[in-house]
Design a protein around this ligand. Sequence first.
Ligand code: ADP
Ligand code: MG
Length: 455
Amino acid sequence: MKDILWKSVLGEIELTVSRASFITWFKNTELLTNKDGLLVVGVPTVFVKNQLERKFNDLIIDTLKKNGVEPTKVDYKIHTKGKSTLHKRSSEETVMVVAPQQTDTKPKSSSSVRHSYRQGLNEKYTFDNFIVGSGNELAYAACQAIASAPGTRYNPLFLYGGVGIGKTHLIQAVGNAILSNDPKAHVVYISSEQFVQEFLDAIRYKKNTDFAGFYRSADVLIVDDMQFIAGKEKTQEEFFHTFNALHQANKQIIISSDKPPKDIPTLEERLRSRFNWGMSIDMQIPDFETRCAIVQTKSTTHGITLEPSVVEYLATHVQTNIRELEGALNQLLAFCEMRGLQPELQIAKSLLGSSKVRPKHINAKQIVERTAKHYHVSMEDIMGPKRDKDIVVPRQIAMYILRSELHLSFPKIARELGRKDHTTAIHSVEKIAKESTLDADLRTAISEIKDRLYA
Ligand code: ADP
Ligand code: MG
């Protein structure tokens, strides 16, 4: 449950922060404990700890709230991984900040794929767990061709397309495949944002030559999100020289971007023409069937088999972005897991439908009014001090709907019902959440209230 909750939180954060920030600060974190509102997040290093505390604490708390957890405090604890089975693989990942002087590192023992030299690659991205369909099949084929004979064809490979459609997954899969064929290969994966940052640091600390040497010694250089190099003249120049050196030596270069070279503003002409030397492939969002297959596969990895209707609902509901599709799936699974429910269509609809598809905006007052009306209770009573059962229950239901539909904080929910103490709200929401899993009448009542609200 912790794992799935944290996965859902990370999924949302991934949509909010840049790729580089996500990888650097969030990727290797895990939720260690979640008890009475005190959450402890395990982090790999003190740098990550500081950064999360200073810069991202609010974002983390907000995102937890959106996922139904009301933390009183979040602590960050340095945690050496390896004990947790779920995240075992990522412990092997090299920290993204490159030390240019770094040379071969010995493979660590527990990794499933042994890499003597890994840089920025995440083993979770493989060809095996990439679902091929219309929209990505050409890119997939080119990547496989490269993996089997790097540097010989499609050099450079330039993949472009919108966010969350699998570019990073594919280009990382190439790197991982090359490394598992040849553990000594120098595969370097970096986002262009990081490339820029490191280049600037190298100049500042007068380590230009280390920097250049490091990248020019790569057998395979994978640069993700090339668009971020736009306008960075000095870095482009450096990259141009790196590109030439590698290309001349028949080393493989793979680039991704959100747009084709011709549409990246202020991309130096000579780089643009280099990028056109090889192969450019436009990646599109996979079609409906492929999206269904993705949902099915991902839910199976969580050990859950979804009803076809749920799979189809998700694939229809999210049409633009596989990352969001995964996010929606994780949200559904986390919601059901926390409440001990089977992920069924009705739940998927109420959970995902409320936030995205439901056209109408409703406010807190309407929810309270609608609920009171449904149970023939006056506004005065529902907002007032009376403790009779036939008033208390509608009051609790109103709180529950405020939470599930508007994602209000507990103090806010309490206030909407004229209460000072927010623990009543927590208690009520939990109680209704629990009872609604057992009581079909209650579920029907809630969905009737909601239907009327959105009608
Ligand atoms: P991009 O780099 O294009 O923004 P990503 O490669 O980060 O997108 O993909 C977003 C998420 O969707 C990742 O978790 C990735 O594993 C998943 N994903 C995308 N396409 C597929 C696919 N065809 N099969 C399985 N997972 C996919
Ligand atoms: Mg990407």
